[in-house]
Write a protein of this length. Sequence first.
Length: 394
Amino acid sequence: MNGTATQTTARLPYMTRARLGVALLFLMNGFMMGSWAPMIPEFARRLSLSESALGLVILVFGLGSLACMPVAGSQIARFGSRTVTLAVAAVFVPTLLLITLSNTLWAGIITVFLFGGLTGAMDVAMNANAVEVERNMRRAIMSSCHAFWSLGGLIGAGVGGVLINKIGIYGHSVALTIIAAALLAIAWPRVLADRPHPEAERPKGGLPLTPLPWIIGLMALFSMIPEGAILDWGALYLRNELGASVTLSGFGFAAFSLTMAIMRFAGDLVRDRFGAVRTLQFCSVISILGLLVAGFAPNSLIAIIGFAIAGIGISNMVPIAFSAAGNMPGLAPGIGLSVVTSMGYSGILVAPSAIGFIAEHTGLASVFIGLPLLHVVVLMLSRLARHADGASGH
């Protein structure tokens, strides 16, 4: 494999074997995360968790993920992204089943930590593989890869509430485990076999001193906090504060994932047409509007519409930040991506745990009203998104 050495200005076809392989990995990971969303209320009831206690368990999820992300990064440098992604994905498949079988608080904490850790490790590895595929193809693909994640989230969240009602929490867990294993089996032979980059381990004793990766990481962080809030608290907001049924409560994240998936499939073409900066500015404004609609919603239907509008906006904010991270001037792509990925995913993994404490005193509606302030900051920093345009060889 010497794809980077033999690159020409010609782009490969829109869909290649390697692109399909990494897309299926995003689909499988998103499906697992989406399946977790409708399980959360039942998980909290089974272990008798208050909102603040559930917030602590979600914090454990995030800490597990952030603990495993740097480990995944160093292993990618040693073995390549394909090897690490597939190894982590194989262990990741049964984790939701283990959570369902946990009937004590400590068992729940351990399995949630494992689920979070493997989620984070797989996220870093599959994003690194997507960057390699993007380079080989000379074409922006990051938005559509994340679209497959959103599509998986849509399927997992949309079907999850229905399955839990029909066949119970245990039947649901077995079914989703089988589906995830099947997706991984199809992806396995198609994932791009990239070469290890041991030179990427060189800065492990230190971090980039230039401010650019940290500022872009802040953009990713502020983009992903609302996404994590909708994933972890959207269903409880719909059920507890707006009176939605179990089935309907799963549709909040499902509607968000649907619009996000549609816009991410279009995102690469939109970015090529209008540029990353203008795309990010448009997305920021739409997400602010959607979150405000959800926060001020008088009923669950309006809130679901708000989440759907937010999905349109948030859709391409994170892929643009990740593409910018992999194409920063004067910085090895792996270094920039590891900084931005870790900062960004801390938003979706750790920050929502604080929401439980805030919600206990103010309610979740006020949380969703306050979240748009983060996207105002992203809008102010949007000029930095110009680095993402380097992903497709511009």
